[in-house]
Design a protein around this ligand. Structure first.
Ligand code: DGP
Length: 112
């Protein structure tokens, strides 16, 4: 499968990884939108939130635990945002489920 995030997960494409275990990996976004901008992805290919089912959804809670750990390690004690863009209207450009962990500045609401 020609998926850039699968290739990052398996090391075929280099990335600046900040965390990795058997289920997920996390690496710095190529186009950072905040002083800290990390992407957390399941290693197994899931295209988006719309492909989550009971059978593959457990990884999402693991992603959030990893986000909590990274927030501590990356000094985001003042707060942060976690975003998963889904589909065309959501602005998803890479069709492999991923969670943006953004911090290091005050976030606006609503997002654009
Ligand atoms: P989204 O628009 O929500 O699908 O987010 C995709 C993000 O992935 C976007 O912020 C840019 C980032 N990105 C795309 N290609 C690469 C890559 O090859 N390496 C890294 N580190 N980030 C990438």
């Amino acid at each position: 499968m020609d998926c850039i995030f699968c290739k990052i997960a398996n090391g075929e494409i280099p990335s600046n990884k900040v965390y990795e275990d058997d289920q997920v990996c996390a690496f710095y976004d190529l186009e950072p939108q905040a002083p800290v901008h990390v992407l957390i992805i399941p290693k197994k290919h899931i295209a988006s939130v719309m492909e989550l089912e009971e059978e593959n959804a457990a990884v999402v809670s693991h992603v959030f635990l990893v986000a909590k750990r990274l927030a501590k390690e990356l000094n985001l004690a003042n707060g942060f945002r976690i975003v998963s863009n889904c589909g065309e209207d959501g602005g998803q450009s890479v069709h492999h489920l991923h969670f943006h962990l953004l911090g290091g500045r005050s976030m606006k609401w609503p997002p654009g």
